[in-house]
Each structure stands twice: as C-alpha cells, then as structure tokens.
Design a protein around this ligand. Structure first.
Ligand SMILES: [Zn+2]
Length: 174
C-alpha cells in the first residue's frame, strides 16, 4: 500500500520515499503521508421472519457477488450517520435503531490500487420495509433465511468473515 503513490501528492517531487512501514516522506518539501485505514460501515438487517437482507453488487470490485448494505464513511461524518445515509441511498429504507457489533480490517481494490479499510458492522432495525428498492451500487436485494446463507457467496473478504461471525452468533443463541 505504501507503493500506491510514486510522487509527492503535495509538490509532485519524485523524491517521495518510505519513512516507515506505513508512511512516505517527501525529501523536497517535507510532506509526510501515512497510509491509514479508511472507515467503512455495513449492516445486518433482518425482517420480522428473521430473514437476512442481502444485496447483489452492481459494481466492481466483486460485481454480481452477494454483499451487505453499506459503504465508506465521509470525512466529518459519524459511522452511524454514514450507515443511515447508505441504507437510504441503496435501499430507500429508514433505520429505526442500530447496535454496533464488531469491526474487521479489509483491503479493497479500487481503481487499480489497494485501499486499507476498517469495516464496522452494525445490526439495524427497520420498521417499514415497504419503500424497499435497490439503487446506487446495489443491483438487487432479497431476504434470505439464515440457514440458506452461504458465506462463500459473499464477495469481499471482510464481509465473508462478518457474515460467518453473525451466523455463528445467531445459531448459538437459538
Ligand atoms: Zn513534496
């Protein structure tokens, strides 16, 4: 990931060299860049029958694979606001209540570069599913009974791990 930028993003110098395992520093202007994680959020949403809402990805990476609703957190936005916004944009649903579960680091391939992310997972409650409509980067959406969910059908590594953890927890608590 440290090799993503060859030139200094501030002054354009080619003397932009590794200054640590996760950083590069410009020998020309002194600018130092740290390759920190971008924050991302994803939601587990179940209907009144207990079935899980799953999306099909409309865009690369992993176009056509199963996914959970969610996306990147904007600068100056809370994780909770980002998740509410994404669920409104992708599904036209309003989140009534959310509960933080856990986080999983991931590497997301975007525009031919690796982006480190920290994916935060929430369980969300939605009261009214009648406006449900897939849009934005979701091709289609459906509810799947928990026992029919296969972890390998999900595209992104962190989502696979999260779904596996969520299934385990919900099987254990039965
Ligand atoms: Zn520079």
């Amino acid at each position: 990931m440290v090799h993503t930028f060859r030139f200094c993003p501030k002054c354009g110098s080619s003397r932009f060299t590794a200054s640590g395992p996760r950083s590069k520093k410009c020998e020309q202007c002194g600018f130092e860049f740290y390759f920190n994680s971008s924050a991302a959020v994803a939601a587990f949403i179940r209907n009144s029958q207990g079935d899980l809402l799953v999306c099909v990805r409309a865009r690369h990476p992993q176009k056509g694979a199963l996914d959970l609703p969610g996306g990147f957190v904007d600068a100056a936005e809370t994780a909770e606001d980002a998740l509410k916004r994404e669920i409104m944009e992708e599904l036209h649903l309003e989140v009534e209540k959310m509960n933080y579960l856990f986080s999983i680091p991931n590497v997301y391939q975007y525009s031919d570069a690796d982006v480190a992310t920290l994916d935060m997972f929430y369980e969300c409650r939605v009261k009214d599913f009648s406006p449900l409509c897939a849009s934005d980067d979701v091709a289609c959406v459906s509810f799947m009974p928990m026992e029919e969910i296969k972890v390998e059908d999900f595209g992104l590594q962190s989502i696979k791990k999260a779904v596996s953890r969520f299934l385990q927890k919900n099987v254990d608590s039965k």
